[in-house]
Design a protein around this ligand. Structure first.
Ligand code: G
Ligand code: G
Ligand code: MN
Ligand code: NA
Length: 253
């Protein structure tokens, strides 16, 4: 919990930064988006993985400010790409807890306006568990976010309990097949079958599909053949800091 008390100061000191992992079109291989992933460079403990402090931030009620900080860094970057005539959409992860914050929609709206980024260029990734909560389902938060023009993506799909009816009823645009399935595809027919089923299901519901955790060519080809829309993973690129993403982009065009 010591870390928790340091979080605010770490943000102020610029120790909390983000990296971007490219997401490509499965057919054309064009880069279509980047996922924003938070990083904490601690002066004494070194790199602290998000899995070690996101949960902590949730517990001590500081996930809101952390999310605002990440959103701010992501939209600032998106704005600079726009200024260079690069219309690259950014995805930001949203914790379950954030969906119950009464001012979330207003904060996102203000962040978009502050940076002059159209809502269409922002995707919010919701972890699967977060969406099914009754308070969320019974509120208008997802519809209100959607009304800002942004896209909603169901992250870690296949690992939680979301029902098909939920996918149909909620204003979700996209699902991300969890990497636990994708990682096994090149060696296990079972995992491939799950991926194929998710893609077919999602497409029948009018949703796009992203596969995360694509690490090898075989998996990439299998997914492309299954009609998966977008790919993300170490085969395409690791998460990159800002300057490295810029040279990565240049090298591909
Ligand atoms: O690179 P990776 O180690 O970044 O991410 C580990 C986990 O942390 C993933 O589940 C990812 O979704 C989550 N994560 C990364 N950045 C953020 C963030 O800004 N907000 C939230 N809520 N989760 C994040
Ligand atoms: O839960 P979240 O989906 O947002 O997960 C993102 C996490 O997945 C990050 O920790 C990121 O570094 C990791 N990741 C991204 N691509 C790959 C990959 O190809 N293989 C593996 N093992 N992890 C990946
Ligand atoms: Mn994610
Ligand atoms: Na995931």
């Amino acid at each position: 919990l010591q870390l928790g008390t340091e979080l605010e100061q770490a943000m102020a000191d610029g120790h909390i930064s983000v990296v971007f992992q490219p997401i490509i079109d499965a057919r054309s291989s064009d880069i279509v988006s980047v996922e924003t992933l938070v990083r904490w460079a601690h002066p004494r403990y070194g790199a602290i993985p998000p899995d070690d402090f996101i949960h902590l931030a949730e517990q001590i009620g500081r996930i809101g400010p952390l999310t605002d900080h990440v959103l701010d860094l992501a939209l600032a970057r998106c704005r600079r790409w726009l200024d260079q005539d690069i219309a690259l959409s950014v995805a930001v992860n949203l914790s379950a807890r954030c969906l119950t914050e009464p001012d979330l929609v207003e904060r996102v709206r203000r962040a978009l306006r502050r940076h002059g980024v159209p809502g269409e260029l922002l995707t919010l990734e919701l972890t699967e568990g977060s969406v099914i909560d009754d308070t969320v389902r019974n509120s208008s938060v997802l519809a209100d976010l959607h009304a800002l023009g942004l896209r909603l993506s169901m992250d870690d799909f296949g690992t939680g309990y979301s029902s098909l009816s939920q996918l149909r009823q909620l204003p979700i645009d996209e699902v991300k097949i969890d990497k636990s399935f994708v990682l096994g595809m090149s060696t296990s027919q079972g995992e491939s079958f799950i991926a194929r089923s998710i893609i077919e299901l999602a497409h029948n519901l009018g949703l796009r599909v992203v596969a995360e955790g694509v690490e090898d060519e075989l998996t990439r080809n299998l997914l492309a053949e299954m009609g998966c829309d977008k790919l993300q993973g170490f085969l395409v690129s690791r998460p990159l800091p800002d300057e490295r993403l810029e040279s990565w982009l240049l090298a591909r065009t």
